[in-house]
Design a protein around this ligand. Structure first.
Ligand SMILES: [Zn+2]
Length: 444
């Protein structure tokens, strides 16, 4: 079974065909670091991390370039830095520290690049200049605006017509705009706001051009997959497509992936953890893998009800794994598990399969060979409770001691105890083998 992904552009599940299987390019819109990230910021980060891991699994570790940006300049950052009487740089720096700590606790792989928007201002200016020269954009009252209707496929991602956009009041009307649906590429900064020199005066970029510039510079004109939250389809991604397509005269991305929202049910959240929506606060109270399991238990495109019940449900499952988590010694995957992920990253199905494998191991020690598969599958979706990982460096004396106790138990025909001791070692990754010369052991 080949990988299929739901493409927002075609509104259907499509077989994933990379442009170049040795050089796959993905971009996901990252957070705006004005405040400690919300759990909603982490749903795309977690699911697209799995996409990254899964593509590496399919195509090879060096075949995938994944860019997840950091927005370090925008209205919210400016407003909050002013409230805190600090610079935007210092605010972003302090939030980033917490963000990175959250990422590492949740065992998110570092992307290939994690660019900051402000590092790409020269590229943004170059792109805007080109769009003005090609007559896709115009200068008005120190602003540069993209004239949406000049891009003939405008609305192709959101399936909105210009009429829908205007009548739905989805756009801001301003006197410097030729048409209400036009969007800002560059705008003047106020006196106390960060600014950069440009051909249109001191100012700063609009939000949408940031991603287009980082993609152009780091990945090139056309990428395989562009990903982000559902709320970014319009206007952010629609505008990214318009400006990038006109600048490069090429399609921006072949597949567009969007994750659904997280709902918080006040009454359900109030029991033990309260209405915690900031991931850093939640991580202080809840084990990271429980949070991760909870978020993966619903398909990424569906809305998810985040609640105490969901966290308890996940904890109940994960706690049983405690003694069975090991660094796999060889890569063995379960076909059904892989096929679940092949089906538009169906993580609820994949988790169910992991549970089935686990149940088999528990049921019959003969299935111990599946322990590697179990751990490989967990590892592939980044669901490894490392702090609960067992030490594989058990000293020989400890193992020999248990073997001795087990032999004694067998002599006394206490087979229940003997089996228990065997299982105890198994739980720590040590497999006992009874031979005619006595009991030997090996790490699994
Ligand atoms: Zn973006």
């Amino acid at each position: 079974m080949s990988l299929k992904l739901f493409n927002t552009l075609s509104k259907s599940k499509e077989v994933f065909n990379p442009i170049n299987a040795n050089d796959i390019k993905i971009y996901a819109c990252g957070p705006t670091l004005y405040n400690n990230p919300h759990i909603g910021n982490f749903r795309p980060i977690i699911i697209f991390d799995i996409l990254f891991r899964f593509l590496r699994h399919h195509y090879g570790k060096n075949a995938v370039t994944y860019v997840r940006n950091i927005t370090d300049i925008d209205d919210k950052i400016i407003k909050r830095s002013q409230e805190l009487a600090t610079s935007t740089e210092d605010l972003v720096k302090s939030v980033k520290k917490i963000y990175q700590d959250n990422l590492s606790k949740l065992q998110i792989l570092p992307p290939s690049y994690e660019p900051h928007a402000t590092e790409y201002i020269p590229k943004m200016i170059e792109m805007i200049k080109s769009l003005v020269n090609k007559n896709f954009a115009y200068v008005s009252d120190n602003h540069v605006l993209f004239e949406s209707k000049k891009y003939k496929n405008y609305g192709e991602l959101s399936k909105l017509s210009l009429k829908d956009i205007i009548s739905g009041a989805r756009v801001e009307v301003a006197n410097y705009k030729k048409n209400p649906e036009d969007f800002v590429l560059w705008k003047p900064s106020k006196d106390n706001e960060p600014s950069w020199a440009s051909p249109w005066g001191e100012g700063r970029p609009g939000w949408h051009i940031e991603c287009s510039a980082m993609i152009a510079e780091l990945l090139g004109p056309t990428i395989d997959i562009h990903a982000g939250g559902l709320d970014l389809i319009f206007p952010h991604h629609e505008n990214e497509i318009a400006q990038s397509s006109c600048y490069h005269n090429a399609k921006m991305a072949n597949y567009w992936l969007h994750n659904g929202f997280i709902n918080f049910k006040g009454e359900k959240m109030s029991k033990s953890i309260g209405n915690i929506t900031i991931i850093d606060d939640l991580l202080k109270k809840v084990n990271p893998m429980i949070i991760k399991y909870s978020l993966l238990s619903t398909h990424y495109r569906q809305p998810i009800d985040f609640s105490d019940d969901l966290l308890n449900y996940s904890e109940n499952i994960i706690s049983k794994w405690r003694d069975y988590i090991f660094e796999p010694t060889e890569k063995v995957y379960d076909e059904e598990f892989i096929d679940s992920l092949n089906d538009d990253l169906n993580t609820p199905m994949a988790l169910m399969r992991i549970q089935q494998i686990f149940a088999k191991i528990k049921k019959d020690p003969k299935n111990i060979g599946l322990l590697n598969t179990f751990n490989c599958c967990l590892d592939l979706i980044g669901l490894v409770p490392s702090y609960e990982k067992n030490e594989l460096n058990l000293d020989n004396e400890f193992i020999e001691n248990i073997i001795f106790r087990r032999n004694e138990a067998k002599k006394l025909k206490n087979f229940e105890l003997a089996d228990q001791l065997r299982a105890e070692l198994l739980g720590k990754g040590i497999l006992l083998e009874d031979t005619k010369d006595g009991t030997t052991w090996k790490k699994i």
